[in-house]
Ligand binder design. Structure first.
Ligand SMILES: C[C@@H](O)[C@H](NC(=O)OP(=O)(O)OC[C@H]1O[C@@H](n2cnc3c(N)ncnc32)[C@H](O)[C@@H]1O)C(=O)O
Ligand SMILES: Nc1ncnc2c1ncn2[C@@H]1O[C@H](COP(=O)(O)OP(=O)(O)OP(=O)(O)O)[C@@H](O)[C@H]1O
Ligand SMILES: [Fe+2]
Length: 549
């Protein structure tokens, strides 16, 4: 089949023709892409200027792509005179800048009507991840989307791509671009930071990971301040890349660990950064996972990825009536019913082994005790790596004990060596909550989180893997449900931090449970009984935040 794709969510006026079968990548498929990039004269992307750019250049790139489709059709023995040159028209429906999307939508509808072929509306972020899955042939990978306006980790489960973690403020590319605007560099800033970083040395900047979520605002203000007080720009760029990309790599590793997957694909314009790809590749190699990043022409915004996903959707019969084809500038990837792929979920069955490779540590399980060592992560800058390992070991020791004092079941600590980043714990539970989800256990977690919040600290990473359960096969309500792995915890009285703990737990349920909504309600009920209602209200706010900034 031949499929026309049209992209124009922000800066790339782009059209493409995919020629192939639509299933996994084959040697005789081809993707032709024609793009005209909008380059702001000053500052960042101006929505009005960007829309003008689309108005002017989308028709041109579409004409070029259609000319290519006609050439392909002329060589195609099954194509008859009078047949349309393409079988369907696919377009980016969102997310993106409204004025730009409307132009793309109009163009797509008019081409589809002219040739009397079906129309397919594609989620741009799902296209960013599907292109890597298509080309790699991975069955059910964890996907890291690192683009301008977004940054999230996704995994497929039960008919949707679930957001396992994401930025709590701006997209990663936008964060970098804001810094470069501050220092007076032209848009886009990403490649300039990459270049300058080549001659830089490390300096300390914030590093903010909360479970599988992360935020860039603190590190970006610190980077601007460092520049303003006269630090070398090369050093600021270097440290910025080291911290921001280590954060993304860490959450990607956390997602691999949480789901048990051993495949990672990268998508989005920031994925063009070699340092980011190097870190991800190294992390995957170290844990025996496979890593795939598409070529640059498929990472930055391009209509090729739209055409490839569009082809899959078309083959699955997932087309749109013209009257239902309105754009959606806040279109989230988890809103898309996934019609085009088989049901294999990212999450694999849990196995209890003697040695567990967690997201950060290697845990050796002995009959009565476990030894947890935060092994150096070679993808991270050594100074950052040492700082994180020592800090987290200290915090974990302190908060594990403190939680116990408040009546929350946690393992006893037998020994600790911060310099070696090693803790020896009592062995608790029979399995992780991930493999033994029940309403009662989830309720216990809700109550435990409320208890530690009332005591003034957060867990920082309360996923279903960081809860151990005992009393399997025993339906008694008082199962022991232990919280472990307090390494990302800290003292705080900010309701936002408490809500984030619950949000992290909710996301991990979404990533591992078949029925996350009921379980989550149970957890919230139990939380409400001990904790502060304001935290739950704030959780609603966190969940409702539009991330398209
Ligand atoms: C919704 C859609 O419009 C949006 N698209 C988008 O952000 O364009 P994309 O091509 O995926 O990414 C552009 C970003 O990618 C960054 N970028 C490009 N080359 C880079 C590099 N070598 N290193 C770091 N960042 C880079 C740019 O600075 C810019 O912020 C998105 O996907 O979020
Ligand atoms: N005290 C314990 N008793 C029994 N099992 C444990 C204990 N501590 C850890 N484990 C097992 O080891 C796994 C990894 O431990 P932990 O979560 O502390 O490491 P981690 O590297 O920080 O992991 P992650 O960051 O992926 O959650 C746990 O999911 C659990 O199965
Ligand atoms: Fe994009």
């Amino acid at each position: 089949m031949r499929v026309l794709g049209i992209e124009g969510t922000a800066w790339a006026a782009s059209a493409a023709v995919y020629d192939g079968e639509g299933d996994s990548e084959s040697e005789d498929e081809s993707v032709f892409i024609e793009t005209d990039a909008y380059q702001p004269e000053s500052g960042g992307i101006h929505p009005r200027e960007a829309a003008e750019h689309m108005g002017e250049h989308v028709p041109e790139v579409v004409q070029t792509a259609l000319a290519h489709a006609r050439d392909l059709a002329a060589e195609d023995p099954t194509h008859e005179d009078g047949d349309p040159p393409v079988d369907c028209v696919t377009f980016s429906r969102g997310p993106g800048l409204g004025p730009c999307l409307r132009i793309v939508g109009t163009a797509a509808r008019s081409v589809a009507q002219r040739f009397d072929v079906p129309l397919v509306g594609v989620n741009h972020m799902v296209a960013h991840l599907e292109i890597g899955r298509h080309q790699s042939g991975f069955a059910s990978p964890v996907c890291l989307n690192a683009s301008g306006a977004n940054a999230h980790i996704l995994g497929y489960r039960n008919g949707r791509y679930r957001v396992l973690g994401e930025t709590m403020d701006t997209g990663v590319g936008n964060a970098i671009d804001k810094f470069t605007r501050h220092v007076g560099w032209s848009h886009p800033g990403g490649p300039k930071v990459e270049n300058a970083a080549k001659d830089g040395e490390y300096l300390d900047l914030p590093y903010v990971v909360k479970g599988m979520d992360f935020s860039f605002s603190g590190i970006m203000s610190a980077a601007k301040q460092a520049y303003d007080r006269g630090e070398e720009i090369e050093d600021v760029c270097f440290a910025l890349q080291e911290n921001v990309f280590a954060m993304l790599t860490e959450v990607a590793e956390r997602a691999l660990s949480l789901t048990g997957s051993d495949e990672l694909v990268l998508g989005g314009g920031v994925g063009q950064n070699e340092r980011l790809r190097e870190m991800l590749g190294e992390m995957c190699a170290q844990r025996g996972a496979q890593f795939y990043a598409p070529d640059n022409r498929f990472l930055r915004d391009n209509a090729g990825m739209i055409a490839v996903l569009g082809a899959k959707m078309y083959a699955a019969g997932d087309t749109l009536a013209i009257e239902d084809s309105q754009i959606d500038s806040n279109f989230r990837p988890d809103q898309v019913p996934v019609t085009w792929r088989s049901g294999e979920s990212v999450s694999q069955p849990v196995t209890d082994e003697d040695e567990v490779q967690g997201a950060e540590a290697t845990v050796t399980i002995e009959p009565d005790r476990v030894v947890k060592r935060r092994v150096p992560r070679s993808y991270r800058h050594p100074a950052l790596d040492e700082r994180l390992r020592i800090e987290r070991t200290r915090e974990e020791t302190r908060l594990t004990s403190e939680a116990r004092q408040h009546g929350v079941p946690t393992p006893a600590i037998y020994d600790v060596d911060p310099q070696e980043a090693t803790i020896v714990f009592e062995r608790v539970g029979e399995t992780d909550l991930r493999g033994a989800l029940t309403e009662q256990r989830v309720r216990n977690v809700g109550r435990h989180l409320a208890t530690i919040h009332e005591a003034g600290f957060v867990h920082g990473d309360p996923t279903t893997r960081n809860v151990r359960v005992a009393g399997l096969g025993n339906d008694a309500a008082d199962d022991r449900t232990y919280l472990i792995d307090f390494g990302l915890g800290y003292y705080t009285d900010d309701v936002e931090d408490y809500a984030m703990d619950l949000h992290v737990f909710a996301q991990s349920l979404a990533g591992t449970a078949d029925d996350p909504e009921t379980l989550l309600e149970a957890a919230e009920d139990a939380y409400r009984a001990v904790g502060d209602e304001a935290v739950l209200a704030h959780l609603r706010e966190v969940e409702g935040r539009g991330r398209y900034q």
